[in-house]
Write a protein that binds this ligand. Structure first.
Ligand code: UDP
Length: 322
């Protein structure tokens, strides 16, 4: 059995990853500053003797050195996330995402510990060749639009991780997460599915940004976590970049309609101009769909949960909170 450190392990994806690693018999260490994560996310596993967690920032180099020393590999998930948060705190986003990753890689390199860097489909930006392949050109908007600072900071992380492998033979890999959904994701940071489901269940209008023709593809967090673990366990993934996501595409307006159907809600759909939500200088992405050929070819992976299954699961969780 191995032992792993998960930075951001009390977050939505991190806590599911911790659960899955423990279920496989591994030891898990978590560091999380609870900026967007929460201890409640660890409720199902808190008593597990193979879990240790620390409420601390990844900028605490001494703590990080100690933790990295103890483990066989690191899943680096700690980051500033969520479009709204990034838009409101661009300085924090850039600092956390770049400096934090530098610390993780620098420390792991001393001991040649394997690191998986969680990146994002945001890096495909305005690319028009959908579905996106890992080798695709990346097209970002101007620096006057803060949204792009997230993609850009994550790209620096990717370059750095790949450089460590190339130059120092330290095992690293990069995973680009597409929209991930499931129990414990909160609508607080603007994520669309928990937001719409909450609105539908409370009888409030579903707030569709713009005309709603923009598309996304949503993967269940358990499908995502399975890919994250299996990629980490293999040596042929070192120095590689992988998309992780469900290629099933849906427009935001159709998503809203489907959530109304599945919840039986009589809420109306209200179109809200982007400017009203994010102010001026905001740019959205038209389509976002992963090409998962590389992932499926490497670990024999496909998404087991389709959009309806995901929505039903989220509706059930949100109903429980009412
Ligand atoms: N969105 C929306 N209403 C909401 C929240 C989000 O229409 O209440 C839209 C958002 O503008 C985007 C899509 O849903 O086009 C996905 O948004 P999310 O923030 O979940 O993820 P990301 O933009 O990172 O894909």
């Amino acid at each position: 059995m191995a032992s792993y450190l998960i930075t951001g392990g009390a977050g939505f994806i991190g806590s599911h990853l911790a659960e899955a690693l423990l279920a496989r018999g591994h030891h898990v260490w978590i560091i999380d500053d609870l900026s967007t994560g929460s201890i409640a996310n660890l409720d199902p596993i808190r008593e597990n003797p193979r879990l240790q967690y620390f409420v601390d920032t990844i900028m605490n180099t001494a703590r990080m050195a100690e933790l990295i020393d103890r483990v066989d590999g690191v899943f680096h998930l700690a980051a500033a996330v969520g479009v709204r948060l990034i838009f409101e705190n661009p300085v924090h986003t850039i600092q956390t995402n770049i400096r934090g990753t530098e610390i993780v890689l620098e420390l792991a390199a001393r001991k040649k510990k394997k690191v998986q860097i969680a990146s994002t489909s945001e890096v495909y930006g305005k690319g028009a060749r959908v579905p996106f392949r890992e080798s695709e050109d990346l097209v970002l908007g101007p620096t006057t639009c803060p949204r792009w600072s997230y993609a850009c900071s994550k790209l620096i992380d990717e370059f750095l991780a790949l450089a460590y492998w190339r130059e120092k033979q330290m095992p690293t890999l990069v995973t680009r997460f597409f929209n991930t959904v499931g129990p414990r994701q909160t609508g607080r940071y603007g994520m669309v599915i928990p937001n719409f489901v909450g609105q539908a269940l409370r009888g409030e209008a579903l707030t569709v940004h713009g005309d709603g023709r923009q598309t996304r593809s949503f993967a269940h967090v358990r499908d995502v976590v399975r890919a994250v673990i299996e990629l980490m366990e293999r040596d042929d993934t070192n120095g590689e970049v992988f998309n992780i996501g469900n290629p099933q595409e849906v427009s935001i307006i159709d998503l809203a309609r489907r959530i109304l159907e599945l919840t039986g809600s009589h809420s109306e759909i209200r179109h809200v101009p982007y400017e009203e939500v994010y102010g001026p200088d905001f740019e959205d992405l038209d389509r976002r769909v992963p090409d998962v050929t590389k992932l499926a070819g490497t670990i024999d992976w496909s998404a087991l949960q389709d959009l309806d299954a995901i929505l039903r699961a989220v509706i059930e969780t949100e109903r429980g909170k009412l």
